[in-house]
Design a protein. Structure first.
Length: 141
């Protein structure tokens, strides 16, 4: 990985591009996390509802609401990712126009650092899902 020393005014497009790229990657991990939680039937804290009635009908309704809440979160994350991708595209075009052939090297450097960061995030996400599945299994017994 190559490092660059730039003035703040020179690095503005690069920093904004990297920040947008990071947001898009985190949005993708959030979508993936929520989909895995749905698949594994893990209950997330933001989707839990407190219903005072203990009838079977209220339990099934609460379960459907949890699923619906997670699906709505996935839809929202997709919309957010779409908007970020549009911004990222324009920022990428601006930076490549400003930096010319040097942009390829800069882009590669940003991609490498982002990949390392996302590996850590996916590892933490997998650990969290495993914990949720285990705690969910204990509650069902």
């Amino acid at each position: 990985m190559t490092s660059f020393k730039l003035l703040a005014s020179q690095a503005q497009n690069i920093i904004q591009y990297k920040n947008l790229r990071t947001k898009v990657a985190k949005s993708c991990t959030n979508i993936c996390f929520n989909k895995q939680c749905l698949y594994n039937k893990a209950v997330l804290k933001y989707a839990q509802l407190k219903i005072p009635n203990t009838s079977p009908a209220s339990h099934s309704t609460a379960q459907k609401m949890r699923i619906m809440r997670i699906k709505e979160e996935i839809k929202f994350s997709h919309m957010k990712k779409e908007q970020l991708n549009r911004e990222l595209y324009t920022r990428h075009l601006q930076a490549s126009q400003e930096w010319g052939k040097a942009w390829d090297t800069i882009h590669e450097s940003i991609q490498e650092s982002l990949n390392r960061e996302m590996e850590k995030k996916y590892k933490a996400m997998d650990d969290k899902i495993n914990k949720l599945i285990q705690s969910n299994g204990r509650q069902n017994k």
